[in-house]
Design a protein around this ligand. Structure first.
Ligand code: ADP
Length: 253
């Protein structure tokens, strides 16, 4: 009787061990798949700008393309975009593997938002898009101000890219029971219900050609999500095609 009990206990432990081993293998395999996908995505993203650079330089060497300051500037811009892509990749890789360091300090998020808005104002002016900030009261939160600035810059860059002239963008900072809530609302092209669940995936773009032309890396929102979640916050989006989008994120205090 006793031996049977032991055997039963033993076998149930074995079953448990087997199950946890299986789920571990499953997780490892998933991690490996994610990593392989990432490498494939990166190779794909680097290919286009590199072949543009190469073709243009070869055309200059062959004398088909003038080495004018304007042509050199567009090549230079291409390398700047590549540099940004590589920097974004570094951030996303660190964040996805939980290695991103968050240096928290008590920060007035309202003042931070106002500062970012002013830094980007000329870009909005030159596209005739109105930019307003509603962040009158100080809202203190323990955040990494560089990272939160990056989040705001990414959201504002999108609001700018996906709006046409005459549009309006409003940045709001509010305080609720659990912390700070920051939102960026635009009157731009909007996002369809089918695309909405995917926009935070890395390299996902609703319209690939359009995104390329505006120099976006397709990593902006993936970085936003990672950075906000690294602060213990959450990102939300509401959007209607042709009407506009509102991205908001919370930061627990
Ligand atoms: P990208 O570099 O292409 O802008 P993001 O990760 O920042 O990459 O955004 C992913 C996609 O989500 C964009 O390609 C675009 O289709 C859509 N998107 C992001 N922000 C907005 C917005 N404010 N209005 C409309 N579409 C947006």
């Amino acid at each position: 009787d006793l031996s049977q009990k032991v055997r039963l206990k033993g076998s149930s432990e074995l079953v448990e061990l087997g199950e946890s081993f299986n789920s571990m293998t499953h997780t490892l395999r998933r991690d490996q798949e994610l990593r392989q996908n990432m490498v494939a995505d990166v190779a794909h993203e680097l290919r286009t700008p590199l072949s543009v650079l190469r073709a243009n330089i070869e055309a200059m060497q062959d004398g088909v393309l003038e080495t004018s300051p304007a042509n050199l500037e567009s090549l230079h811009q291409e390398t700047v975009n590549l540099g940004r892509l590589v920097e974004d990749l570094r951030t996303i890789t660190l964040a996805e593997s939980g290695q991103l360091k968050i240096h928290r300090q008590e920060t007035d998020v309202s003042a931070l938002a106002a500062r970012v808005v002013e830094a980007m104002r000329t870009q909005f002016d030159s596209k005739s898009i109105e930019l307003a900030v509603e962040a009158l009261r100080p809202v203190e939160a323990d955040v990494d101000s560089d990272r939160i600035e990056q989040v705001l810059r990414n959201l504002l860059a999108n609001a700018l890219h996906y709006s046409s002239s005459g549009g309006r963008v409003v940045v709001k900072v509010e305080r609720n029971d659990s912390g700070a809530v920051i939102s960026v609302a635009d009157t731009g092209i909007g996002i369809s219900a089918e695309d909405l669940p995917h926009i935070f995936d890395r390299f996902y773009r609703v319209d690939r050609s359009r995104a390329r032309a505006t120099g976006g890396s397709g990593l902006g929102l993936a970085i936003v999500k990672q950075l906000v979640e690294a602060h213990g916050g959450r990102v939300r989006v509401e959007s209607a095609l042709g009407k506009g989008s509102t991205f908001s994120f919370s930061l627990p205090v």
